[in-house]
Design a protein around this ligand. Sequence first.
Ligand code: FAD
Length: 337
Amino acid sequence: MRICRNTSLKPFNTFGLDYRAGTMIHLRTEKEVKAIFKEELSCKKPLLVLGGGSNILFTGDFKGTILLPEFGGMRIEEQKDEHVIVSAGAGIKWDRFAEWCVDMGFSGIENLSGIPGNVGAVPVQNIGAYGTEAKDSIIKIRTISTYNGRVRIFNNDECNFGYRTSIFKSTEKGKYLVTRVYFRLELNFNPNLNYGSLKEEAGKLGRSTLKNVRSAVLNIMHRKLPDPEVIGNGGSFFKNPVVSNTTAEKLIKAYPGIPVYDDLSVWKKLAAGWLVEQCGWKGKRAGDAGVHEKQALVLVNHGNASGKDILNLSEKIRKSVREKFGVNLENEVEIVD
Ligand SMILES: Cc1cc2nc3c(=O)[nH]c(=O)nc-3n(C[C@H](O)[C@H](O)[C@H](O)COP(=O)(O)OP(=O)(O)OC[C@H]3O[C@@H](n4cnc5c(N)ncnc54)[C@H](O)[C@@H]3O)c2cc1C
């Protein structure tokens, strides 16, 4: 366990915001985590578990204690004729794990290649891209209760996974620290190329092999999304709003070009980026807080924006989308005061 005081958060969030954390504790073993939650080690509240900080917007110094799970290890747990069970520690970079799986010939998460952040956040967020969600492959999650330091295993069906959410983000928020995640992956590759431009991009690389699909996903991502190493951002700032069929029909009538996805019978999904772009925000700046010039869904830090500058900009965008389309945008990025 490594304890650091009054630490800069700049290397720990992809918006590149230079706030400070009162205390930061790097955790390598379950024993260390248990010591914190059993109050054997007193630390200042509130507690925040932080992964790669790629979906978090800090709006000031964090006065409490930040816990950084650094559990490592990628393992094959079980191999059968057609599938394999693999696991990874919460502190492993997600894309390192995704790459390892592809190299091993295990399929199921290749469409999630390149997503920033750590394995521990993957079930919390139920990350998704190109028609694949983490929930499709996760079988169980090992956690430690933040109330009593006890280990608890959650099976997939206990996690209430939804669009970029799970119980770890809703009813059980802050109650469990994820230490290890288990996935069921396939040995026979059956590519999922149904989404957007993925089929075309994979086609350019030749046969649809596991490695080519991963490369195609990475190519599209690098083309479309700003690299946080170059310009601070947290990926999609807003979720794609889900509206009733009736609302969708009204919007289609008023705005014939509006993209509407997923026939979920009573609900339809709109493209948040399109709504933001139609309100004229693409490429706009308010000081150093801005909307990315190629992707209206991504808010960026051009250098010296504060978390509050970015939050204020996001609120103006939400207001204008509500006024123009009557649709509420929900944040995908988590705001931390
Ligand atoms: C350029 C860019 C592109 C992106 N593209 C996508 C995309 O295509 N699809 C997508 O779904 N997301 C995308 N994201 C968002 C982000 O990468 C994911 O949400 C990712 O899973 C966040 O991981 P993290 O480790 O950075 O989590 P953090 O941002 O550190 O934390 C996110 C949440 O998880 C909690 N948490 C983190 N680790 C643990 C743990 N071990 N135990 C308990 N709780 C924990 C935190 O408390 C917080 O509530 C993108 C982000 C960026 C910057």
